[in-house]
Design a protein around this ligand. Structure first.
Ligand SMILES: Cc1ncc(C[n+]2csc(CCOP(=O)(O)OP(=O)(O)O)c2C)c(N)n1
Length: 624
């Protein structure tokens, strides 16, 4: 990357301030080149970052990070910010073990204000910072950068409603590219389209403000009072204002989010204000890389790809795709089956369902809380809703699961994708907490299959046999190969190996594969074990617990948080039965897990077959 003469010399954001307008545009080209080259090797969020290159440059030209705080919503578009805040040299380590995080991470740099990964939090956080600044009497700005997709999340409206009534140096930048991961949905998207369709007024406003701002000293003040004037003129002109103004924000825009000069002028004007501003910018997702511009959804979050052809390496089958097929099958046979997604149709495998059953497909926006209550309503109305959601994002729906689903014994199925470690994305995206929080909710049934056939079976039970709320957990990727001497039974649990063995591994989900292989390794070393494979993990079948009562050693492997997990419940059930042997748990204990591939993490936590075999050998050798 030697030819990147500008970018390679940006060691801190203030270095940008010295560059001329032409150089800033050259810098934008160098950044795009770096993004495409790096993400083609590391995978990651390409299209969103290509869309914010000019915005990020303008932000660092105008503001003074880390004194002014930039809060990136979701944080998936933070790569450009990383490149401009002293992390260019490490950029090739993006999302790799020990390397840069793919999201905003205050552990990594003091320019990363707030941890992010989950959507729609930035305005609340930035408003908190702006309020603290005000209390401390400093004039620093707090800036939230948030996409129109993230604007479908409910927290945004709670924050706007709260922040709009106060005078503070809060700037919300709405990065409007018409896209969430898929096409953006809902009335807000329509509202923004209407704003963008308003013709010359905004262009005129941009131009006037730019001219005024160039007048030394008085410029910004004058421009601020013009905002006031313009708001009333606009009210008169258009009769209705934007919803942002109704909520107490001064609205600026929409402006071209790929023009550094215009962006810089607008940000300078916003910087001078001591009241909340909403700056609406219009950008193109994937800007500057043809394949990403043409297919921004595909290039939203991607694995390695070929830069010249835009092609990805083939990935084969996955739980998500098999789930998608299953949903089409159920919906074809039963008109009550509905699919609900919170803006994750592609990731959860629902794209075919969306096209085959458009009337029964609901993309509710990035609104997991609403999704669950909406499913409650569908269920009340006689439908069979299936909410497909990543484990980490279901964390948002806890109260709705309690109050609007379980309490009312409403029939809905939660199809939990990305349960367990998730490659690349780190702390915010691992699915390690759903089991503990589901364990606390009365009346919910939870399945955790290892193989596609078990997933199918779990959905049949969930849809047609079990009462009330049922969750089916799926890990990311494909099913492992089924051992030749094992046949999934479809029961609540299976016993694999010698039923009389006095050492047992108990586990569920993905870890059964490693446990089964560990059994083979141990057998070769004359250590005889059995594996209890739980298929239904809530409630745990009492017979499964009874089965290990006579074992000297039981080791429970759980790919999830220890506290509140199944291993602890299993332990309590054993204690109730006066179990006398040794009981050990291997799980993730009270920590947020960093980013790496799932393979590395499984090894790190002792969840691969070799580690399991070594651990059991050590434990049983000490015992003899
Ligand atoms: C609570 C939550 N649900 C789902 C997601 C997955 N997700 C990541 S980015 C994204 C779309 C964001 O769209 P937008 O805010 O418009 O940003 P863009 O990528 O278009 O720039 C979604 C749904 C998430 N990060 N958080």
């Amino acid at each position: 990357m030697d030819d990147l003469k500008l970018l390679s010399n940006i060691k801190k954001p203030t270095d940008i301030k010295k560059l001329s307008d032409d150089q800033l545009n050259e810098l934008a080209d160098e950044i795009r080149q770096t993004l495409i080259n790096t993400v083609s090797e590391t995978g990651g969020h390409l299209a969103s970052n290509l869309g914010v290159v000019e915005l990020t440059i303008a932000l660092h030209k105008v503001f003074n990070s880390p004194h002014d705080k930039i809060v990136w919503d979701v944080g998936h578009q933070v790569y450009v910010h990383k490149l401009l805040t002293g992390r260019y040299d490490k950029f090739s380590t993006l999302r790799q073990y020990g390397g840069l995080s793919g999201f905003s991470s205050p552990d990594e740099s003091n320019h990363d204000t707030f941890f992010s990964g989950h959507s729609s939090t930035s305005i609340s956080a930035a408003y908190g910072i702006a309020s603290a600044n005000k209390l401390k009497g400093n004039k620093n700005s707090a800036i939230a950068v948030i996409g129109d997709g993230a604007f479908t999340g409910g927290m945004v409206y709670e924050a706007l409603n709260n922040a709009g009534r106060e005078r503070s140096r809060l700037i919300v930048i709405l990065n409007d590219n018409d896209m969430s991961i898929s096409k953006n949905v809902g009335s807000l998207a329509t509202h923004l389209a209407v704003i963008k369709a308003r013709p010359s007024y905004f262009r005129m406003k941009d131009r006037t403000e730019r001219i005024i701002n160039r007048i030394p000293l008085v410029g910004v003040k004058l421009s601020n009072s013009i905002f006031k004037l313009k708001t009333s003129v606009k009210r008169a002109l258009y009769k209705s204002s934007t919803m942002f103004e109704d909520l107490g924000f001064r609205y600026m825009g929409p402006i071209d989010g790929h023009n550094i000069e215009i962006l810089t002028d607008a940000l300078e004007a916003a910087k001078g204000a001591n009241y909340p501003i909403l700056l609406h910018i219009k950008t193109t997702k994937g800007k500057g890389y043809n394949f990403a511009e043409l297919e921004p959804s595909v290039f939203h979050g991607i694995s390695k790809f070929d830069i010249d052809t835009g092609e990805f390496h083939a990935t084969g089958t996955s739980f998500s795709n098999e789930f998608g097929k299953l949903m089409c099958h159920f919906a074809g046979n039963d008109k009550r089956v509905c699919a609900v997604t919170a803006a994750m149709s592609l990731g959860t495998g629902l794209h075919d369902f969306e096209h085959q059953f458009p009337d029964r497909f609901f993309d509710v926006g990035i609104a997991e809380e609403h999704a669950v209550t909406f499913c409650g309503g569908l269920a009340k109305g006689g439908m069979l809703p299936v909410f497909a959601v990543y484990s980490a994002f279901l964390q948002r729906s806890y109260d709705q699961l309690v109050h609007d689903a379980a309490l009312q014994k409403l029939k809905m199925i939660i199809a939990i994708d990305r349960a367990g470690f998730v490659t690349g994305d780190g702390e915010t995206h691992h699915g390690l907490l759903d089991v503990p929080f589901l364990n606390t909710i009365p009346g919910i049934t939870v399945y955790s299959p290892t193989y596609y056939a078990e997933m199918n079976n779990a959905f049949v039970k969930a849809l047609y046999h079990d009462p009330a709320v049922v969750a089916v957990r799926m890990f990311k990727g494909a099913e492992p190969e089924i051992p030749s001497d094992f046949t999934p039974s479809g029961n609540d649990y299976d016993v694999y190996g010698d039923n009389n063995a006095d050492v047992a591994i108990v586990t569920y989900g993905r870890l059964f594969d490693a446990a089964a292989k560990a059994k083979g390794i141990l057998a070769a070393n004359n250590i005889n074990i059995k594996v209890i494979k739980l298929n239904k993990i809530k409630p745990v079948n009492k017979q499964a617990v009874n089965n290990v009562l006579n074992c000297k050693t039981v080791v429970f492997y759980e790919e999830g948080e220890l506290n509140g997990g199944v291993a602890q419940i299993f332990n309590m059930m054993l204690t109730d039965l006066s179990y006398k042997g040794r009981y050990l748990i291997k799980a993730v204990e009270n920590e947020f897990v960093h980013h790496a591939t799932d393979k590395i993490l499984l090894k790190e936590y002792g969840f691969d077959e070799k580690s399991m075999a070594e651990f059991i050998t050590e434990v049983t050798t000490n015992e003899r």
